[in-house]
Design a protein around this ligand. Structure first.
Ligand SMILES: Cc1ncc(COP(=O)(O)O)c(C=O)c1O
Length: 388
């Protein structure tokens, strides 16, 4: 790899990670029991303002368990965004349910307006739960995703769900460190405004445990059930009695040790992300054909990713080609994910709208955003963009 190569996003292990991991190795606590797992849970709950956190092996595992605890079951529908990485959509399928896909807003997040219209016009209460009027199928949950760390505009939507008894699961995987600064959720963190919030700590997230995830919730009963299901549903650990089908989803102490070290750096990481974004903004301001995607004004976003929108000019509609052109210059960027309703396993699922999603897919390129990106690297990306 050329020394000038600028990656999209790499982890930065700059704090106490070595010390904590060495402590696991020195004491032999390397597996899913050990003090760092509970310490990571306590500190994550503190960092997000949630009452409880349950550490899992991955964000996908956290989503799987949360959707199950929300009551999603075989044959149900789950209302979900088409713009997201595929993991949360797969978690719906793990439970034998099907997504109904909705379009996004200008911040890449699930657009609340078509959802509200759908709830008003196309659903009805029957036998104590919500059903899709046209197919008669039960609606098990709403699943939202805070895309690229952007806080969602979902306060009224969640209230409508609550009125209808519809559970909400928030995939805040990309939004650790994002918090609302105005409106009714002011002061609250992404992932803490419904029954379940899910996070991932894989290698490209704002903090990493190597691989890992967590569920946050304010309800002690949900946290207890999540802990039970993620540890093989042990009803009697001596007699090995299991009254339900559980999962081997508990985070290891080794991974949690890494996580504790990384969590200590979270605020510093958010500050770095924001400073680099500001520099991109200054350096790109003179290019009329592109703009940094606007962040929601009602939140302090973590700016996990830096989506660049191609609004005009020769790259309009050609995000993937621009990714290739920048790659040839040693700059790693990524387009948006392929829309989920176009993915093979989900092609038969209902799509309520995708107009904005299609536009954003064709016209978004995510710029290098590692926490340790230097000002010189930002300048180089911007210079290449100016001439590419
Ligand atoms: C929105 C979203 N949800 C879920 C996941 C899955 O998390 P994990 O890789 O930890 O399973 C990711 C990324 O990895 C993601 O971006």
């Amino acid at each position: 790899m050329s020394p000038d190569f600028i990656p999209l996003s790499v982890p930065v292990l700059a704090g106490n990670e070595w010390t904590y991991v060495r402590e696991c190795l020195d004491t032999g606590w390397v597996s899913s029991a050990g003090p760092f797992v509970t310490r990571f849970e306590t500190e994550l709950a503190g960092a997000t303002g949630a009452a409880h956190a349950v550490a899992c092996t991955s964000g996908t595992a956290a989503l799987h368990v949360s959707l199950r605890l929300a009551g999603v079951g075989r044959g149900d529908l789950v209302l979900a965004p088409t713009v997201t990485f595929v993991a949360p959509i797969n978690a719906i399928r793990y439970l034998g349910a099907d997504p109904v896909f909705f379009d996004c807003d200008r911040h890449y997040n699930l657009d609340p307006e078509p959802l509200r219209q759908f709830l008003d016009a196309e659903t009805e209460q029957r036998e104590g739960s919500l059903h899709d009027r046209s197919t008669g199928r039960r609606i098990g949950a709403l699943l939202t995703v805070a895309v690229f760390g952007h806080a969602g505009d979902w306060q009224d939507l969640y209230a409508s769900c609550r009125e209808r008894g519809l559970a909400v699961v928030e995939d805040a995987t990309e939004a650790l460190g994002t918090r609302y600064t105005s409106g009714g959720w002011s002061g609250r963190h992404a992932g803490t405004n419904s029954e379940f919030g899910c996070f991932s700590f894989n290698g490209n997230k704002i903090i990493t445990t190597g691989g890992g995830g967590a569920i946050v919730t304010d309800r002690a009963d949900h946290a207890g059930r999540a802990r039970y299901l993620t540890q093989q549903a042990k009803d009697d650990p001596i007699a090995f009695r299991h009254d339900e089908v559980g999962y081997n989803y508990r985070l290891t102490n080794l991974a949690a040790a890494l996580g504790v070290g990384q969590l200590e750096l979270l605020e510093h990481f958010v500050a770095r992300k924001r400073a680099n974004l500001a520099r991109y903004g200054e350096r790109l301001a003179h290019l009329p054909w592109c703009e940094l995607a606007p962040a929601p004004p009602y939140a302090r976003n973590n700016h996990w990713m830096y989506p660049l929108y191609l609004r005009d000019g020769k790259w309009r509609g050609r995000a993937r080609e621009l990714v290739a052109a920048l790659g040839a210059e040693g700059i790693e960027t990524r387009p948006l994910w392929m829309l989920n309703h176009l993915q093979r396993p989900y092609r038969g699922c209902r799509v309520v709208g995708d107009r904005r999603a299609r536009d954003l897919v064709a016209n978004t390129v995510n710029l290098p955003c590692s926490v340790d990106l230097t000002p010189a690297a930002v300048d180089r990306v911007c210079e290449v963009l100016a001439h590419v």
